[in-house]
Design a protein. Structure first.
Length: 191
C-alpha cells in the first residue's frame, strides 16, 4: 500500500471532480481499509495475508463502508477540530448521516483498493471468488527485474509512494494558509 495518509490525494481529487460528494466521507473511506493491516499482522500473521477482507470489493462496500460512515460521523469531527482547529459544530453539520455521506465512504474505500491493486504482488480485490495470490498488480509485473516479483513489489511501492507523496505535499503547500480546506470544503460549510 502507499502509506495510508498518501491515499488522501485520491479523496481530494474525487471531491474536486464532484463537489456534491462528502469530502470527510471520502477522506475517511480512503483510509479505513488499512485498519485491518495491523490487526491481521498481529493476530493472524503467517495464517492470513496482511491485506484481506477490507481490501476486497465486497468487504469495502459493506464492512468498510459501515466503519467509515460511523468513523466520519463520530470520530472525524473530534479529531479534525483538535488538529485543524475547525469549528466542531460545522464539522458535525457536514458529517451528518446522509446518502451522499454513505456513497462518499463507499467511493473512498473502493478507490483505496484500486490504488493499492497495481502495486501489490497479491490482491484480495475479488475475494472470495478469486484467490488473492492469483492477482498480481500490473505495476509489480511491469517493474519486476528478471521476473523477480519481490523486486517488482519493492519498485512499485517506491514509485507509488513517491507519486502520491509529491501530490500530497503539493496539495498541503497550496492550502497551507487555509488548512480547513484540506479537511472540509467551504461550500459544504455554507450549506
Ligand atoms: Zn491498503
Amino acid at each position: 500500500m502507499p502509506i495510508t495518509p498518501l491515499h488522501y490525494p485520491v479523496a481530494w481529487g474525487l471531491s474536486k471532480l464532484n463537489r456534491r460528494l462528502n469530502f470527510p466521507g471520502l477522506i475517511v473511506g480512503s483510509f479505513i481499509p488499512d485498519i485491518e493491516v495491523p490487526i491481521l499482522i498481529l493476530f493472524f500473521g503467517g495464517i492470513l495475508p496482511d491485506h484481506f477482507i477490507l481490501h476486497s470489493l465486497i468487504g469495502a462496500l459493506t464492512i468498510g463502508t459501515i466503519i467509515s460512515t460511523l468513523a466520519t460521523i463520530y470520530l472525524y469531527p473530534i479529531i479534525v477540530s483538535l488538529i485543524f482547529r475547525v469549528d466542531r459544530a460545522k464539522l458535525n453539520e457536514v458529517c451528518k448521516l446522509s446518502p451522499l455521506l454513505i456513497i462518499s465512504c463507499m467511493l473512498g474505500n473502493t478507490f483505496h483498493i484500486l490504488l493499492d491493486f497495481p502495486m501489490h504482488p497479491f490482491n484480495p480485490i475479488l475475494w472470495p471468488f478469486v484467490d488473492p495470490y492469483e492477482i498480481v498488480g500490473i505495476l509489480v509485473l511491469f517493474l519486476a527485474v528478471d521476473g523477480n516479483i519481490g523486486i517488482g513489489f519493492f519498485n512499485a511501492k517506491i514509485l507509488t509512494n513517491l507519486i502520491t507523496g509529491i501530490i500530497t505535499i503539493a496539495i498541503i503547500v497550496r492550502y497551507r494558509k487555509n488548512l480547513a480546506e484540506l479537511v472540509i470544503r467551504k461550500n459544504l460549510i455554507s450549506r
